[in-house]
Design a protein around this ligand. Structure first.
Ligand code: SF4
Ligand code: SF4
Length: 357
């Protein structure tokens, strides 16, 4: 071993071309059309006449090395040795020969994985890191995802939805999460509890004070030690103070709940972005199978499947039928918690022209 320190490895996204299937690389930007021969399979045809077939397989996202090797071995043995992961944690095998597609699907399914997630399916839920990788989760996002996808497995395999359904999860109330047709997010319902003995050792008080979006935190002396206090009337229970100051514990077995939001969509060539809206709050954070949250997601999907027109995403469907009909069709109760009564809401509500600036 040399005594010389190893020079740093450049981090960042590597050049993707080196990992591309050669047929894909040769025809980059030269695709004539693509089609969807069956669930989980895509066929792209280039102007040169060459074609590639993509077989999509769901994964649990947080993959142990053995599963990853198994997935790669399938690609080496039955595919052309090229895979890539989609942003929703599906793995795609790419081959240039139609004859390889069925044996590849059989090998994937024999190994216990599922093929699907294309076109108008419920594709893999995009989930945040949870306890494995982050220091602030209020629940285990991967557990919620696992319990939900177990119940939605047929919707992943088939193409029975009016359009594609993207579901997302978030394991705290403030960070990653995401825009989704349906989003299952953590919802704290009580202000943080402060362990005053630890604050002065662990937290930079000015940065914690600055972190609060509603200015509810003030410096305070408690038992002769510098600490913090929370104006609980102002606090919106967001949990933003917990990451920089762990003694401000907000996670709680009873009061940390889940909330379900629907209708989030990024903009595309035809429409503007839409923001998701809360449809169910205070759902028990109930591991290991989260039955209450699962039942609500399934009732939303059932109503959407039965009532939406072809190609309507969930937000399009709700816009057409209106929110009262949405609550009627899904059987979800409309409660006072759906109304934004926070005193700052005046600035965010498009209630009338009088409060638009
Ligand atoms: S959603 Fe929150 S808790 Fe979960 S990984 Fe992201 S930052 Fe961490
Ligand atoms: S939970 Fe959010 S609103 Fe409440 S004190 Fe902490 S940062 Fe402020």
């Amino acid at each position: 071993m040399s005594d010389k320190p190893r020079s740093p490895i450049e981090s960042g996204c590597p050049d993707a071309f080196q990992y591309m299937h050669p047929t894909m690389r040769r025809n980059f930007g030269q695709w004539k059309y693509h089609e969807h021969p069956k669930p989980g399979v895509l066929r792209h045809v280039a102007y040169s006449g060459e074609e590639i077939w993509t077989v999509r397989c769901g994964t649990q996202r947080i993959l142990d090395i053995f599963t990853l090797r198994k997935l790669c071995d399938i690609g080496d043995e039955y595919g052309d040795g090229y895979i890539h992961f989609t942003i929703r944690s599906n793995v795609e095998y790419i081959v240039d020969d139609a004859a390889k597609v069925d044996p590849l699907i059989k090998a994937i399914e024999d190994a216990g994985f599922i093929v699907g997630g294309t076109k108008n399916s419920v594709t893999m839920i995009s989930h945040t890191q949870g306890w494995l990788h982050c220091d602030i989760p209020g629940t285990d996002a991967s557990g919620v995802v696992k319990s939900m996808m177990d119940e939605l497995i047929d919707e992943f395999r088939e193409n029975n939805m009016p359009n594609r359904v993207h579901i997302t999860t978030s394991c705290c109330q403030i960070n990653c999460g995401g825009q989704g047709d349906i989003a299952i997010n953590v919802q704290h319902t009580k202000p943080p509890k402060i362990n005053h003995d630890l604050v002065s050792n662990v937290c930079e008080r000015p940065s914690v004070v600055a972190r609060c979006p509603v200015a509810a935190i003030r410096p305070a002396m408690v038992n002769g030690k510098p600490s913090l206090e929370v104006d609980e009337k102002k606090c919106i229970c967001c949990g933003a103070c917990f990451p920089p100051c762990p003694p401000m514990q907000i996670n709680d077995a009873e009061h940390t709940k889940l909330a379900i939001w629907v209708g989030g969509n990024h903009s595309n060539a035809r429409s503007k972005p839409t923001f998701q809206k809360l449809v169910a709050a205070g759902i028990p954070n109930n591991p290991p199978r989260w039955p209450e949250a699962n039942a609500i997601v399934k009732s939303i999907l059932k109503a959407y499947k039965e009532d939406a027109k072809d190609w309507e995403r969930i937000n399009d469907w709700i816009e057409r039928i209106g929110w009262p009909r949405f609550f009627e069709k899904t059987g979800l109760p409309f409660t006072k918690y759906h109304i934004d009564t926070w005193r700052g809401a005046r600035n965010s509500l498009n209630a009338s022209t009088h409060i638009r600036f």
